[in-house]
Design a protein. Structure first.
Lengths: 348, 348
C-alpha cells in the first residue's frame, strides 16, 4: 500500500467537497491503485489549522470546521500563517485550495512556490498561480522533480490537461477557441430572453453564478486569465492577462443581441489563441457574432465549450454540458492527486 | 536515450501514414521524451516482410512497398506468415494495423494474443480484438505486465481512452451515448437533403466513406462493435456485438426523416450504454428521433459525438468535428507507442 501524505490549504466549498470525496473514495482508491491518502494537515484562513503527522480524521475536520475552529485537532501547535504551514506540515503533496485574489494570484502563488521549493508535489485549483507565473513554477517543479498539477483551474468539469498531456504527446497545439466564462454566457443568454444587463446580472447573482462585484467576469478578466493558462501550458507562451486583447460584454445591449439573431447569428464572449506565422501568439477575449449553427452559438447558459487545433488530429471539441459544481472541481483535484500517487516520479 | 523496438504489421493507408509520422516526428520525440523508435520488422499480407534487428529505414520501407515487395530489405529470411513474424521479430512492441475481418477479429486477434504471450507490449488500431476478446486480452496483458493500447480503435480523432485512463481515475462510468458511425450519419444527412438511401450510399462510396458492401455500417454492426469496446473497457462489461440491441438504418426512409423534422426532430443512429439499477448493462444501437437542439442532432455528415456520464463530473461531451483521416488514426497509434516509451512499466 502506497501512502501519500497531504497538506491541505483551504476548506471552502471545494475543500470540504474534496475532504468528503477522499473519505467516500478511500476504498476504491486502495483497490484500484493501492493508494491511501493521509491528510496530515489542514490550514484555513479563518477557522484555524491542525497538524497530525499520523493523519487527521477528515470527518472530524469537517465537524470542527462547522463548529468554528480546527485547532483542537492539532497534535502540534498549529502554525498561525499559511507560509509556515506549507514549510512545516509533514507531507508529500500540497493541495492548494485557498481563496484567491485574482489580480495578484496571492496567497496561492506564494504557497505553491514555497511548497515546490521545499520539494512537495503541488495540486492547485487556483487559476492565479498558473496564469501569472506558470513558466517560473513549471521550471521550479522540473528542477525539483515534482508534479505541478492544476486540472481544475480551467473547465473543471473536464480533464483537459490530462487529455492533452497523455493523449496528444509530440503534438503541437496551434490554437484554441471557446467559451470559458459561465457568468457572461449566462448573462448573454438571459439578455437574449429579454432581460436588461442589470436584470441578467442580478438573476445570475441570485443563482449563485455571478459574484457580488461581477466586473471580473463582465469585463472579460476571468476569460483572459483562462486564455493565459491554456496558452502558457499548451503553447509554451508567457502571456499575462493584460497581454490578452480583451473586451468584455459591458457595452453589449439587448438590441445588439436581437440584431445579431436577425442576421442568423448569436453574440458570445469568445476566447481565442492562435499561433501567428511568425511564431508569436494572438490571444483575445471579445464579443463575437457567431452563426447559429456553430457550436459556440449552441453553448448556452452556464455551459462551456473548447475546441483545440493541433498538427496531429482533427479539431477536437469538448463541451461541458452543465456548470461544474464544487464536487466536480474537487474531483479534478483528486484526479491530480491520484496521478501523483500512480506516478510519484514525474515524467514529461 | 530510450530505444523502443517495434514490430509493425500492416502497411495500408494507416500503416504508411504511421511510418511517415514516425520519421517526421523523430527529432521531436527525442527532444521531448528522450525516445528513439526503431522499427525492427514490417510484415504485410501481400507485399512481403522484412526484419532488420538494427532497424529498418522507413523511407526505404515505403519505397519498397510502392515497388511491390519488402523482402529485399530483410537481413534474415523474412517469415512467410504473420504469426511467425510476431513470434520472432526482435521487438518490445507490436504495432498491429492489419486488415481486419470484423466478424472474427482475425487475424488481428491472433497477432495480439501471440504478442502478449511473448511478452511484447501491443498497440492496435483494430476494433475486432478489443470488441471480441477485451477481457481475455486485458487479463493477459496484466499477467505479462505489458501495455495493451488501442486509442485509435474508436473515435480515432480524439484521445478518449487516454482521457478516461488519466483524467477520470477512481471514477465510475455510468453510461455513454453518441454517434459513432460516420457512414450512416453521412447517409442520413444526405437523405435529409433529398437523396434516396441508394443514392446516399453511392455518394458516400464515391467520397471514400462507405465500403463497397456497406451492410456492416448500414445494419449497425460497426456501431455495435464500438459500443462493445467502450462498455467493455470503461464499464467492465463483457459484451459481444451480438449482445447489443441493434437496429440499423436500412428501413429509414426520406419520408421518415422529413416527418421527424416536421416535429422539430432529426433521426440519428444513436449508440447507448447504461448501467441498470441491478448492475447489468443496457446497450443499444438504433435510429432515434432527437430534438433539433440536442448535440446529437447537430452532429452532421461524418462528424462524431460522444457524451460520457460518470459519478464524478458533469456529463462530458466530445465532438470530432471532421472525419478522421489515416494520418489522424496513425497519430493515435503513435500516441499509444509514446505512452509505452514514457511508461515502460504499465500502471493501473
Amino acid at each position: 500500500m502506497n501512502e501519500l501524505r497531504i497538506a491541505l490549504i483551504g476548506l471552502g466549498a471545494v475543500g470540504r467537497a474534496w475532504a468528503r470525496l477522499v473519505t467516500e473514495r478511500a476504498e476504491r482508491m486502495q483497490r484500484l491503485y493501492g493508494t491511501r491518502l493521509v491528510v496530515t494537515g489542514v490550514f484555513t484562513a479563518r477557522h484555524g489549522a491542525a497538524i497530525d503527522p499520523r493523519g487527521l480524521d477528515l470527518s472530524e475536520v469537517l465537524r470542527a470546521y462547522e463548529a468554528g475552529n480546527l485547532t483542537d485537532l492539532s497534535v502540534h501547535p498549529a502554525p498561525a500563517d499559511g507560509g509556515t504551514f506549507v514549510d512545516t506540515c509533514p507531507a508529500d503533496v500540497l493541495v492548494e485550495l485557498s481563496v484567491l485574489n485574482p489580480q495578484t494570484g496571492q496567497p496561492a502563488l506564494d504557497y505553491v512556490r514555497r511548497a515546490l521549493r521545499r520539494g512537495l508535489h503541488v495540486v492547485t485549483a487556483n487559476k492565479g498561480p498558473i496564469a501569472l507565473a506558470y513558466r517560473e513554477l513549471r521550471d521550479l517543479a522540473r528542477t525539483q522533480n515534482r508534479w505541478l498539477l492544476f486540472e481544475s483551474s480551467v473547465m473543471d468539469g473536464i480533464p483537459i490537461f490530462s487529455m492533452v498531456r497523455w493523449g496528444l504527446p509530440a503534438a503541437e497545439i496551434r490554437g484554441f477557441y471557446g467559451i470559458l466564462n459561465s457568468t457572461t454566457n449566462l448573462v448573454l443568454t438571459l439578455m437574449e430572453q429579454g432581460a436588461s444587463m442589470e436584470e441578467a446580472i442580478r438573476q445570475a447573482q441570485a443563482m449563485g453564478i455571478a459574484e457580488a462585484d461581477p466586473s471580473h467576469d463582465i469585463d472579460g478578466w476571468d476569460a483572459a486569465v483562462k486564455v493565459c493558462i491554456l496558452a502558457n501550458v499548451w503553447m509554451d507562451a508567457d502571456l499575462k492577462p493584460t497581454d490578452v486583447d480583451r473586451t468584455g460584454i459591458r457595452s453589449v445591449s439587448p438590441a445588439d443581441l436581437r440584431a445579431a439573431l436577425d442576421r442568423g447569428h448569436r453574440m458570445k464572449l469568445v476566447c481565442r489563441a492562435q499561433r501567428r506565422p511568425d511564431g508569436t501568439l494572438q490571444a483575445s477575449v471579445r464579443p463575437e457574432e457567431v452563426p447559429l449553427y456553430d457550436p459556440l452559438a449552441q453553448t448556452k447558459e452556464t455551459e462551456a465549450f473548447l475546441c483545440i487545433e493541433s498538427d496531429s488530429i482533427a479539431p477536437l471539441a469538448l463541451v461541458e454540458r452543465a456548470r461544474a459544481t464544487p464536487v466536480h472541481t474537487a474531483y479534478g483535484v483528486l484526479a491530480d492527486v491520484l496521478q501523483i500517487a500512480r506516478l510519484p516520479n514525474p515524467i514529461r
